[in-house]
Design a protein around this ligand. Structure first.
Ligand SMILES: Nc1ncnc2c1ncn2[C@@H]1O[C@H](COP(=O)(O)OP(=O)(O)OP(=O)(O)O)[C@@H](O)[C@H]1O
Ligand SMILES: [Mg+2]
Length: 242
């Protein structure tokens, strides 16, 4: 009788342990394995056998000195350049460069320089044959630009609003992952805070990778921090929490 009871108790403990594992283990979404990249015009490898994993709904901050390869890494993840070696998968499925271009929404440094729409509304509609007004409304709300005048030229927006517009353009493509290259570069202090709030608003719903020189600015956003150095990436011991 005692043995049967003990067995039952041990089974119960095992079930609880498994449940805890299932509920606390996050799925690996993006998985970079053995990425090596050397541009044809360079005599050295920029990324050397780099391994990197991103779990679901995570915010990743990647820091590194100028020239360490941060932008190059984003270009590789988003399928704009092809590494000589390595594999990139999403939910365990290998993705080609072409597939990754669809998967990723990239906002490069100073995205406002590349606006081509003459109005905010036209900028949002570029590349879409048909876009429901409701979709635009939802995305503008997500980036905190609800109620904005769509007939206004994008250059009349403030610096922070222009960055928000660039993020909105990408969100309308419904990407699985958002990549932001130095999203706070060139903005004044209040606008930098604006970008932090935007990221706080997107967290939970999106997997986001941010490349930045200013990790301290993202204090308060729960994220994992990595350092890109000498062609490789390593996790920083410090983690941001809310
Ligand atoms: N096509 C290329 N040909 C030669 N060298 C290149 C090429 N692309 C990038 N590089 C070099 O690779 C290194 C990494 O560049 P990258 O722009 O990725 O750095 P970064 O970390 O984004 O720098 P920053 O912080 O200044 O934006 C630099 O030394 C750069 O000069
Ligand atoms: Mg860069």
């Amino acid at each position: 009788m005692l043995i049967a009871f003990l067995d039952l108790y041990l089974d119960y403990k095992l079930v609880l342990k498994r449940l805890k594992f299932i509920t606390t283990t996050k799925l690996i979404m993006l998985d970079l394995k053995g990425i090596t990249y050397q541009p044809q015009t360079s005599d050295k490898e920029i990324l050397k056998n780099l391994n990197f994993k991103v779990h679901e709904s995570e915010i990743i901050l990647i820091c590194g000195d100028s020239g360490s390869g941060k932008t190059t890494l984003l270009e590789i993840i988003s399928g704009l350049i092809k590494p000589q070696k390595g594999k990139i998968s999403w939910k365990n499925k290998n993705l080609s460069c072409r597939q990754r271009r669809w998967f990723c929404g990239v906002v490069f440094q100073f995205p406002e320089r590349y606006f081509i729409g003459t109005t905010v509304g036209k900028e949002l509609k570029i590349g879409h044959k048909f876009l429901r007004e409701k979709s635009i409304e939802i995305v503008l709300q997500k980036v905190g630009l609800d109620g904005i005048n769509l007939t206004m030229p994008p250059e009349q927006l403030s610096g922070g609003q222009q960055r928000r517009l660039a993020v909105a353009v990408q969100l309308l493509r419904n990407p699985s992952i958002i990549l932001l290259d130095e999203p706070t570069a060139g903005l004044d202090w209040s606008m930098k805070n604006d970008i932090k709030n935007l990221i706080l608003n997107l967290k939970d719903k999106n997997t986001i990778i941010i490349v930045t020189h200013e990790p301290a600015l993202f204090e308060g956003i729960p994220c994992k921090m990595f350092l890109l150095e000498r062609g490789n990436i390593k996790k920083c011991s410090k983690e941001n929490h809310e």
